[in-house]
Design a protein around this ligand. Sequence first.
Ligand SMILES: [Zn+2]
Length: 338
Amino acid sequence: MSTSTDNGVTTSTASSGSPGSTTGADGTALSADRPLALAAASGIDRAAHHRMDEAWLAAAWSHPTTRVFVVSGGQALVDDTPDGRTELVMTPSFEAPLTETHRYFLGRDDDGVSYFALQKDTLPGRMDQSARPAGLREAGLLLSPRDAGLMVHAVALENWQRLHRFCSRCGERTVIAAAGHIRRCQACGAEHYPRTDPAVIMLVTDEQDRALLGRQVHWPEGRFSTLAGFVEPGESIEQSVAREVFEEAGVVVGDVEYVASQPWPFPSSLMLGFMARATSSEINVDGEEIEEARWFSREDLTAAFASGEVLPPYGISIAARLIELWYGKPLPKPNRAV
Ligand SMILES: [Zn+2]
């Protein structure tokens, strides 16, 4: 069985910090003027040492400056401000719904404001006409790094909590602890921590400095992107990059250079982004996950964008940023989101 995400991560198993100063090989800053979505410095101190302190948490919750938002099914309410920004809809805790909710402590900002998320089955009613539900794929492009960071933290916790209600050791029910960051088994005492699945995503270039882009079988026509895949047990990330590229495109990879990472809670991945250098050029796609892969020079890609043969990548994924890093200038805006 094969599973995949729209970040291009595929796996054929049966079951299945801030990059702000990252500099590309050509000396250009990867994200000097545009932080990588979901991965920018959020200005929030997670203050993990407070998570087990119920008295401290109770005081923080009831403090008048504390801000709370609801997360439900990967969505939160966002609202547009008069000056054109988009913000998470947050309320003081005394206005927040509390019945039968999971409460996650997300951290504090430099002003000492504490932030909590409440996980509920549904989002609260819209507070005004412009407030609307949004998932991370939309919100990640619109929100400030602070709000995007808060939301990605809350969504990742929600995904984990939803899927880990039972103890993987003894099968009994688990209960929430540590302000949302632990689930504890009341039968055997095991503590379960949020899991993160590492995945590698890489732009492969050859000795002519062409980039290898591939198409997944289920993608819309014209969409090409970087190759990607999950790290397997007992495997280094460098080995994973080489294995995935060979499995999907038949290309052999030599040197691998880490670029940046991006939380990808769909539902629980961490994308580790790389530039990789190919030592072979013949392409032999697997036909199952990747139906086509091609080497593009910068001129090829510019022409393919112009003709519409290849759709410019769009969205929050680090894939677009890796391609841009190689391309050497901003990618054209797509006519439609894909
Ligand atoms: Zn147990």
